[in-house]
Design a protein around this ligand. Sequence first.
Ligand SMILES: [Zn+2]
Length: 388
Amino acid sequence: MFDAAAGGGAEVRLRDVRPGMPPVHILGRVVTAARRQITRRSDGGRRWLLSGLLSDGTATVRFTWWDPPTEDIPRGTVLRAVNVQVREFRGSPELSFGWQTRVAPASEKELPDLSNADFPRRVISDLEAGAEGFSLEARVLEVSPRTVAVGEESRVLYSGRLQDSSGILPFTAWVDFRLVAGEAVRILGGYIRTFRGRPSLSLDERSRLERIAGDGLPPTSSGGPPETQPIATVQARGGADDVQLEGLILGLVSPSGVVYRCPRCQRVLTKGLCREHGSVEGMPDLRARLVLDDGTGVATVNLGRVGTEALTGRGLTQYLERLKTQPDPAALEDELKEQLFGRRVRVRGGVRVDDFGVAVFPSEVESHAPDAAATVRELGRRLGGGLP
Ligand SMILES: [Zn+2]
């Protein structure tokens, strides 16, 4: 059962808990909680535990409650817990409620009253999945209402994109903040989750929004070019909506070059067959899937016809002409690889991160005239060669 009261000791905010610190006094809202039973290895006895996530607006932290009360602890319950051990779970702090811990229900009003100073200022390019308890100043690029089904009922939410000088971030607001495209805002109390492989800002009734003058933010029309980011950083963030990467082309993923697409679904044909529509009359197209290496990581850049033509300086018709004298598409792919290998390119666009790695879908691609000597030196270093 809950303790009637649990007091004593100064509260610690969740963003300040660290594994191994002395037992703490915390307050937090249950974000998720699941009950399960585990078997003790020593005697085969069964023991209940409740584990999930707690948030106080400054951070969300995992908790495990050993021998929890039998009554249900619904999502949204605010708990005060005293004498909580802080352990480590996969490199992050985890709160452990044991027999010495006193846990009592608390009210929403007892949660830390966060002032603006509690929300350190962050910029879009350094917000990773799971981030919360920050403030962000950005301009609303676009916003539109959308109706979604939540269980049986339908709700209106507002989604769009925000921009600061470091990048662009999609957002979803579950509350109508009456956002208008072009205005500058300061946002406190939002959190970052991953949506379709990219970071996205979620705003709800606990988020705060202030209108600001927005000096220093790029104007709506500029679409200001983001600074070049390391691939490893974008990968750690879990993707990005609009980002710039720069590196060397160290390979080409097959099939690249001339490909044939299904006229009905645009899929690339394999041996004249569409996965969905079988044998069809393929339409020729050009593409290049570049392996881009910037020294921090590797990304696959998916170039369509326009990007491939821009990069190689040859049009699809020229490639098709070439196929008449060199009918083997694999040989053509080798030629393309030879032409592009070691070239330094800068690409800008959306980046998706999934189990297959980092994929870039560029809206812009730019290649510098290769400085042969510098490229050879850099390649030598990257590939572990012994060049000076
Ligand atoms: Zn098809």
